[in-house]
Design a protein around this ligand. Structure first.
Ligand code: CA2
Length: 143
């Protein structure tokens, strides 16, 4: 089982800015946390982060050629704008779980829409960084 964890724009800033919303844990700590859980579960995990929409589309397409079994994606602000990411997840047909650290549905109106959700098997939101681990489990339980 090989899962690719994709993070979108600004998530590399975790732990540096806006700790009241996203906490004090850094992006590096997040990757270590996910890696440790993957080790406990006996699965392979890879990571990708970009601030660029096209690079995120490329990473989703590459997952298909790399025969990745599942994708965990926090598309950041592209959640609320990107038909390209929705189309990419639909195109590769890889089981995908959408993760949000906060709960966008309790925030500004413009965060209430998620384009990518329509292509995802589940959405985990408002569980903080633990949501990424929940997503790994959802994908493994589904496999
Ligand atoms: O709650 C989430 O995980 C979000 O996907 C985070 C996005 C936001 O646009 C979505 O509405 C909800 C923003 C990610 C920005 O992350 C930062 C982390 C630390 C400091 C500044 C930004």
């Amino acid at each position: 089982m090989h899962i690719l964890v994709i993070n979108g724009p600004n998530l590399n800033m975790l732990g540096i800015r806006q700790p009241e919303i996203y906490g004090n844990t850094t992006y590096r700590d997040l990757l270590d946390m996910i890696q440790a859980e993957a080790d406990r579960m006996g699965i392979q995990v890879s990571f990708f982060q970009s601030n660029h929409e096209g690079a995120l589309v490329d990473a989703i397409q590459q997952a298909y050629f790399d025969k990745v079994d599942g994708i965990v994606i926090n598309p950041g602000a592209y959640t609320h704008t990107s038909v390209a990411l929705l189309d990419a997840v639909k195109a590769v047909s890889i089981p995908t779980v959408e993760v949000h650290i906060s709960d966008p549905d309790t925030r500004e109106e413009f965060r209430h829409i998620s384009y990518i959700r329509a292509a995802c098997m589940a959405t985990v939101k408002g569980h903080g960084l633990r949501g990424y681990l929940d997503a790994l489990h959802l994908l493994c339980d589904n496999a």
